[in-house]
Design a protein around this ligand. Structure first.
Ligand SMILES: Nc1nc2c(ncn2[C@@H]2O[C@H](COP(=O)(O)OP(=O)(O)OP(=O)(O)O)[C@@H](O)[C@H]2O)c(=O)[nH]1
Ligand SMILES: [Mg+2]
Length: 376
């Protein structure tokens, strides 16, 4: 293991260049949207995005992914702007391609998954989320070590090499295997504890607030519970599933759990590692799905969340759709949403508009459950 290159860089302000590959079957707008989102992700990970480019190719080059002409262009930009990181808008890149690209370009090359894992590593606060993130990182690294010559990267640390907190990521194969099994045991223990807590709350009416990252889930819970959760205009501000009590009226209080945001192409390793947090969604009596109505791809974001919920088998319960940030949306956008989703709620967690309607929808749900329980 080459420890000297795997140190966490304290100031991660690496200059980065982003590349998306557009194949003939791809929708150019989707490629652009995804690249815009990647730009946000890379900035959230602490790098400075110097340039983004879309490369058109019929197929991926087996050795270099993209053509030598483009690589030379990147090289010359690199010479002018001293780029330390090239991010390709693909979930994963084959280890051999990473090695070839890094050798050719003389800087680190990573995919979307590493960026998301890195953000999670920086955001992890609780013991549980730290374990979950480290587990996801190690599961991602393990099968790739061989192709990278047993070393995580030869080209400087920073993004993609940080562990949760201030720790350095383990890069030795045998240690990784041992560490994965230790982390799994710890998670099992936490998961059992969660089960006990859930049991003790069995009689309460419980909802989970779900949605795309940055939709305003934490702000909405703050508004409903008058509490101070961690809110930030950043992707993945929340990694932990906090539960808050929301008072509706003298007869009704409900429990609402804040959850980690979803995003397109969420790495499978992360979903697996976040199982115990995501269990909160599966065990909820109902869901509040928060959608940012100022997002560029409202429908795309909503569908991404719905797909993940289906994958979690968490769709067999009432879902209240809350279109948030109405204060910042145009009247035309709001009208379109109301026509497309007549039963959805539209409002703003920030200003409080639409919150009374949400409260009465929550009360209705709670009453319906009470009647159902009495009848059953
Ligand atoms: N204009 C406007 N901004 C809002 C509203 N609700 C939330 N925001 C802002 O949107 C950003 C994200 O809010 P959060 O509550 O952290 O969103 P989240 O869904 O919990 O995000 P993650 O935990 O990162 O997935 C913050 O800057 C909020 O201030 C709203 O109703 N209107
Ligand atoms: Mg949040």
């Amino acid at each position: 293991m080459d420890a000297s290159v795997n140190r966490i860089s304290p100031a991660a302000d690496q200059r980065a260049l982003l590349v998306a590959v557009q194949q003939s079957a791809d929708d150019p707008e989707e490629v652009r949207d995804s690249l815009d989102e990647l730009t946000l992700l890379v900035a959230t990970a602490g790098a400075i995005v110097v340039e983004t480019m879309v490369v058109k190719r019929a197929s991926f080059d087996p050795a270099y992914l993209i053509g030598v002409g483009v690589l030379d262009r990147i090289k010359s930009i690199n010479a002018d702007c001293s780029i330390r990181l090239v991010v390709v808008d693909l979930n994963t890149i084959k280890p051999a391609q990473v090695r070839n690209l890094e050798e050719y370009l003389g800087c680190r090359v990573v995919g979307r998954t590493e960026i998301i894992l890195d953000i999670f590593a920086r955001r992890a606060r609780s013991a549980e989320s730290k374990i979950q993130v480290e587990l996801a990182q190690l599961r991602y690294i393990l099968p790739r070590l061989k192709g990278l010559g047993g070393v995580l990267s030869r080209l400087g640390g920073g993004i993609g090499t940080r562990g949760p907190g201030e720790k350095m990521l383990e890069t030795d194969r045998r240690h990784i295997i041992r560490r994965i099994s230790a982390l799994k045991k710890k998670l099992d223990k936490i998961s059992r504890h969660r089960q006990l807590v859930r049991k003790s709350r069995d009689r309460a009416f419980r909802g989970a607030v779900v949605g795309y990252t940055n939709a305003g889930k934490s702000t909405l819970i703050n508004r409903l519970a008058k509490d101070d959760l961690f809110v930030e205009d950043r992707l993945f501000a929340t990694l932990d599933s906090f539960t808050r009590t929301v008072y509706i009226n003298d007869d009704t209080t409900i429990l609402l759990t804040d959850t980690v945001g979803f995003i397109r192409n969420l790495p499978a390793n992360l979903i697996e590692s976040f199982q115990s947090t995501l269990e909160e969604i599966r065990h909820a009596d109902f869901l509040v799905h928060v959608v940012d109505c100022t997002a560029r791809s409202i429908t795309g974001n909503r569908e991404t969340v719905e797909r993940e919920l289906a994958r979690l088998e968490a769709f067999d319960k009432p879902v209240l759709l809350f279109f948030n940030k109405a204060d910042a949306a145009t009247p035309e956008a709001i009208e379109r949403i109301m026509i497309a989703h007549p039963s959805a709620l539209v409002g703003s967690a920030a200003t409080g508009s639409g919150i009374d309607a949400l409260r009465s929808a929550l009360q209705d749900l709670s009453e319906r459950r009470r009647k159902f329980n009495r009848a059953g």
